[in-house]
Design a binder for this molecule. Structure first.
Ligand SMILES: Cc1cc2nc3c(=O)[nH]c(=O)nc-3n(C[C@H](O)[C@H](O)[C@H](O)COP(=O)(O)OP(=O)(O)OC[C@H]3O[C@@H](n4cnc5c(N)ncnc54)[C@H](O)[C@@H]3O)c2cc1C
Length: 411
């Protein structure tokens, strides 16, 4: 039985640990928080998952909330060029519904499931020395510790990282009681773009107290929407959200009259620096040298504007699981690690970075796509499904020429 260590109990690490345990591997997972701490803690993400990632979870028997979580098959997009003005509107329909299950629920239950299935869990925060020691005791060590401190063992890849600072500040709040402009269309997500200021996303989701809505503000740093830098408690956050809605999106403000935070940990504020890291790190020297392989946010961090991180984490965990199984009894060399990570980068991760960058920077041809989406249902549909399958970005959004050719083909 091969001994594999996984560091980090997020979407990537837990999914990989559960998949390998089911396949007969002896897995040690290092987790920072117990299920109780996760359930009683602060929200972690807005975690919208699209069809391809949901299918991976379903195939692994990990879709434990598929019947309860709202199935979101469309997003209503509104462009607001100045406060209170709706300039463009369109509905983006997804070919397969998206779902969002509060990661506090999901990861807590997955940890329990791993223990029930015989996975060994060590609750501790690993530092570089501890990681080295762990890696020496295992045939393969995968670091899925998210974008926190331990990701520093992986060198930043300057050629693949376009940014050195956050492009948005983020504020996310889980709420009950938000109304809908058209209840007949529920569950539907809403997206408001305020050029030069930021974006707002509202999506139906499932939390411990039942179905809820999650709001994500993406604010340009230093702009008028960037007012959550002090990480306020949920009630203060809600009051500021109401004030901003009233000023910028008054039609949305009306729907928030009865809104309440879902719980004491319902809010999250911060920022993410989009970063790509080299996925293999060498720890120690000489006969003590070992290599570890990075997975998920530990090596590719995107701003959540295009909802790629958890989806990519799920897809990467599945790609790594398959690669490990296909490798049989052969040693997990640094070369194998490089090949495994590079294959995933080429097939998927680079597209998440390129698509997210397009959504953050909105070059002129992408602005043209939004305008075209308001005219042609086919454009809106293709845009929606590029969130689910970002490799399509390379086929139609990656350059002005590609976009022009596609739009011309619509006649
Ligand atoms: C506000 C916000 C909204 C988002 N919305 C979406 C969305 O809608 N859709 C989407 O796809 N993505 C979204 N994302 C991104 C998504 O949440 C992440 O990309 C995804 O959860 C990454 O999974 P991961 O397993 O790689 O890392 P994480 O989820 O960060 O998990 C890492 C785990 O490692 C643990 N850990 C860290 N350091 C150590 C250590 N030293 N020792 C032991 N354990 C350690 C942490 O406690 C954590 O449990 C959002 C992110 C944010 C911030």
């Amino acid at each position: 039985m091969r001994r594999i260590a996984v560091v980090g109990a997020g979407q990537a690490g837990l999914q990989l640990a559960l998949g390998l345990t089911a396949g007969g591997y002896r897995v040690t997972l290092v987790a920072e928080r117990t299920p109780e701490q996760l359930r009683g803690g602060r929200v972690l993400s807005t975690q919208a998952m699209f069809g391809p990632a949901l299918r991976i979870e379903a195939a692994a028997g990990l879709d434990l909330w598929a019947d309860e979580a709202p199935a979101v098959s469309a997003v209503r997009a509104v462009l607001t060029p100045s406060p209170g003005i709706r300039a463009l509107e369109f509905t983006m329909t997804l070919d397969e519904p998206a779902q969002s299950v509060d990661q506090r629920l999901k990861l807590a239950r997955w940890l329990e499931l791993l223990a029930e299935r015989g996975g060994r869990i060590e609750y501790r925060t690993l530092d570089r020395v501890g990681l080295h020691e762990l890696a020496r005791r295992h045939e393969l060590t995968v670091v899925a510790a998210g974008r926190g401190g331990l990701s520093g063992v992986f060198e930043r890849d300057a050629a693949r990282s376009s940014f050195d600072r956050p492009q948005r500040t983020l504020s996310c709040l889980y709420v009950h009681g938000v109304g809908s402009p058209d209840p007949a269309t529920e569950p539907r997500a809403r997206m408001h773009a305020l050029p030069g200021l930021g974006e707002l996303y509202l999506q139906p989701a499932l939390t411990a107290s039942g179905p809820c809505a999650i709001l994500l503000w993406e604010a340009l740093p230093g702009g008028p929407l960037d007012v959550f830098g002090d990480a306020p408690p949920p009630d203060v956050q809600l009051a500021r959200i109401r004030a901003l809605l009233l000023e910028y999106l008054p039609w949305e403000a009306e729907l928030w009259a009865a809104a309440e935070p879902t719980d004491a940990g319902a809010g999250l504020s911060g920022a993410v620096t989009p970063t790509v890291r080299r996925p293999v790190a060498e720890l120690g020297a000489g006969v003590d040298a070992v290599h570890v392989l990075g997975l998920g946010d530990a090596v590719v961090v995107n701003d959540p504007i295009a909802g790629q991180g958890a989806n990519s984490a799920a897809r990467a965990a599945e790609a790594y699981r398959r690669a490990i199984v296909e490798h049989g009894e052969a040693p997990f060399t640094a070369d194998w690690m490089h090949r495994t990570a590079e294959r995933f980068w080429q097939q998927h991760a680079r597209h998440t970075v390129e698509f997210t960058t397009a959504m953050l920077t909105v070059p002129e041809h992408v602005q043209g796509v939004f305008a075209a989406a308001a005219e042609h249902g086919a454009v809106a549909r293709r845009l929606a499904n590029t969130y689910a399958e970002p490799s399509d970005h390379a086929a139609w959004l990656a350059s002005p020429e590609l976009t022009a050719a596609y739009l011309a083909s619509l006649g």
